[in-house]
Design a binder for this molecule. Structure first.
Ligand SMILES: [Fe+2]
Ligand SMILES: [Fe+2]
Length: 291
């Protein structure tokens, strides 16, 4: 039965063309993009913070085959060069909505954002140009959103369990027993079917595994490291990555403590930045509605 359920769910994920946005965000995005008054910088920031919308826009770029290099993943500013505001308005007009996000889901959005910041930092200090790894960090947990839409009851059970008696158990282990699929698998299936390159969805697929795909050992190790450090900074339950895994990126001898300490500051600073951005967004909306 488990196998049948997995296959049914896999099929449903492959058919998914849209992920919903919380109604408040969708209204804000629609108004701001439609007005055309949002600057490109502000729009790029909106995509930076709204990883679900950003993922949706990248889908359009990949599905419509807009890139010369199919392995390249554009950043938010480059995405706005590819997609005119009118196209973004069209996409926004047709996206489904969810009422609001629970606290844990807000935390999920912020985790995606601070993992992306840590990944960018790691790549920058090591002089590495790997935009696919930045995308993998942004979207590594998008499978949670997939479960929320396709299997809401079981998703609710996992949310509940994560808050209560099973608090000590890593979330992907609960998913294995309740949904028979982990969010890492769900996310990877979605990203693959949305046309993302293998260099993004494969490390996402393996981000909770004790094995790595031979062709993406470095990427998987770095993604596991980033997810681990940010989760420790947020005091979330996560299994420690195996040393041999971290060794693929030469990260096995690093003391995680100072990294966690710095990441705690990044998390706090980023939350403030997001709040500030939301205030700007709200002010722009007010201005727009007053006209
Ligand atoms: Fe995860
Ligand atoms: Fe994560």
């Amino acid at each position: 039965m488990n196998d049948f359920e997995r296959k049914t769910l896999t099929h449903k994920i492959r058919q998914l063309e849209e992920l919903p946005l919380p109604v408040k965000n969708l209204v804000a995005f629609r108004t701001l993009f439609k007005s055309g008054k949002i600057t490109k910088r502000e729009a790029a920031m909106a995509l930076d913070h709204g990883y679900v919308l950003f993922c949706q826009l990248l889908r359009r770029i990949f599905v419509d085959d807009m890139l010369e290099d199919r392995n390249y993943v554009p950043n938010p500013a480059q995405t706005l060069d590819f997609l005119p505001f009118e196209t973004i308005c069209d996409i926004l007009q047709n996206l489904p909505v969810v009422d609001s996000l629970q606290d844990s889901e807000h935390d999920e959005w912020e985790h995606a954002s601070s993992c992306r910041i840590l990944m960018e930092h790691l790549l920058r200090i090591n002089d590495l140009n790997m935009p696919h790894l930045i995308a993998a960090a942004r979207f590594h947990d998008i499978g949670h959103m997939v479960f929320r839409i396709l299997t809401p009851k079981r998703f609710g059970m996992i949310e509940e369990a994560a808050r209560s008696e099973n608090k000590g158990i890593a979330r992907h282990r609960m998913e294995e027993s309740i949904i028979h699929m982990t969010h890492s698998e769900a996310g990877a299936i979605l990203l693959e079917s949305w046309g993302f390159p293998e260099s993004v969805w494969k490390p996402v697929l393996y981000h909770h595994y004790d094995t790595t795909p031979p062709d993406y050992q470095f990427e998987t190790a770095v993604l596991q490291f980033v997810d681990w450090i940010d989760s420790l900074a947020r005091e979330r339950n996560i299994d420690d990555p195996m040393d041999f895994m971290l060794a693929y990126a030469g990260l096995d001898t690093l003391d995680p403590k100072p990294w966690v300490k710095i990441q705690r500051r990044v998390v706090r600073y980023n939350e403030m930045r997001i709040r500030k951005f939301r205030e700007t967004e709200f002010a722009l909306l007010k201005e727009q509605n007053a006209e």
